[in-house]
Ligand binder design. Structure first.
Ligand SMILES: Cc1ncc(COP(=O)(O)O)c(C=O)c1O
Length: 389
């Protein structure tokens, strides 16, 4: 048996062919393939606009610069990858960590209480953890009641649905972001996307992706035109302090090819998640983070293990699985407890659900290329180690 990681990409010959074609074309950095990829992802999610960028973190950064002002305070989850709240710090905003629900998502009822106490809070950054979207009616209510800005971090949830609402459609939010890192549902190697229905935000993110530079909407006419009124063909202006967060057409060609297979990839993830659920049904020490839900796009399959009733620790379990060549992972260490965040004064919040989750949670391998045999092997070894533990 080859080593089984917790997640990995699935690249086939058809992907290679698409990339090769672009690689041999005239334009290889952000060009027609990027535009096509943006349009395809926007259409897939049902959002009006999309901007492809170099990674999900860049997407969060640029969306935050468009949505927030220095000093804004923002409710967010401790149960995410560092990038979600780091983006708030990049924008000189302040995260406020709110406890999670039993399904790993930010608790929007607690958000409502925070907003009642302090209506000056500007925004909510919600992550659809593991691929399971947060309650959209609640987002809609909070937006309506408090006029807040909402960003949906959809890095785990492309293809997921909440009732009829597709992740990334921004139906009740101002912006969504995606990541196309290889462990995600589809990959561009590294890559990310912002989706929005707000034209102004879209234009700002586009500008910031490329140094804040523009060749249209020129303001300095004396520089832009010659004495005969001809536009200087070399001329550009910088209107914002932007970045180089461009994605290449090579990556977007891969993204377009992967997008065609995305629904199949997600179906396979769901199939495997369902079988995991069945394997752990009525187990006294293991339970899935949430019961099988066909609308989750299952970036992760998280189980909660009752280590208080076992003699092995979580670290020992990880180690025993590695000996069987099976990679586990933990999503996530509470962000507020990171040394950097502690230096900023975080870390002593009262987040009992998150603390309890952190003690018990781990992610089992899940990726579409995983064979039935590999999946059975993971289950058998996992249950066997627990039975001896
Ligand atoms: C929830 C979440 N948000 C943002 C990111 C950042 O994405 P990227 O790695 O593409 O920068 C990740 C990446 O793992 C993530 O899991």
């Amino acid at each position: 048996m080859n080593p089984i990681p917790y997640g990995k990409q699935w690249i086939c010959e058809d992907d290679v062919e698409c990339v090769k074609e672009t690689l041999l074309s005239e334009l290889i950095t952000t060009g027609p393939k990027a535009r096509e990829f943006e349009e395809a992802v926007a259409a897939y999610c049902g959002a009006k606009y999309a901007v492809a960028v170099s990674n999900g973190t860049a997407a969060l950064h640029l969306a935050s610069l468009g949505l927030l002002k220095e000093g804004d305070r923002v409710l967010t989850t401790p149960n995410s990858f560092l990038a979600t709240s780091n983006a708030l710090l990049y924008a000189k905003a302040s995260p406020i960590f709110v406890d999670i629900r039993e399904n790993g998502n930010i608790d929007l009822d607690l958000c409502e209480k925070e907003l009642e106490k302090d209506p000056s809070i500007k925004a909510i950054y919600a992550v659809h953890f593991s691929g399971n979207p947060v309650e959209q009616e609640k987002l809609a209510r909070l937006k309506e009641r408090f006029g807040i800005t909402i960003l949906e971090d959809c890095a785990h949830s492309i293809g997921a649905q909440y009732k009829e609402i597709k992740a990334g459609s921004c139906t009740h939010s101002d912006a969504s972001i995606f990541s196309f890192h290889p462990v995600k549902h589809m990959t561009t190697g590294e890559g990310g996307m912002v989706t929005t229905n707000d034209k102004e935000l879209y234009e700002k993110v586009l500008l910031l992706r490329n140094h804040g530079m523009t060749k249209t909407d020129l303001t300095d006419t004396s520089m832009a035109y010659d004495s005969k009124g001809n536009k200087n063909p070399w001329y550009y202006e910088m209107h914002e302090l932007g970045y180089n967060y461009r994605i290449t057409d090579i990556q977007c060609a891969l993204g377009l090819s992967q997008l065609k297979k995305l629904d199949r990839f997600i179906e396979r993830r769901r199939e495997l998640a369902k079988r995991y659920d069945e394997a752990f049904e009525n187990h006294s020490l293991v339970r899935p983070l949430y019961r099988y839900d066909g609308r989750s796009s299952y970036h992760l399959y998280v189980v909660l293990v009752d280590f208080d009733r076992l003699s092995i620790t979580k670290a020992e379990l990880f180690d025993k699985m590695v000996q069987k060549k099976i990679g586990l992972q933990l999503h996530y260490i509470p962000i507020n407890k990171q040394p950097y965040y502690r230096k900023l004064g975080y870390g002593n919040e009262n987040l009992p659900q998150m603390d309890n989750y952190y003690k018990k949670a781990l992610s089992l391998p899940l990726y579409p290329k995983m064979s039935d045999e590999e999946h059975r092997y993971v289950i058998e070894n996992f249950l066997e180690i627990l039975s001896k533990g």
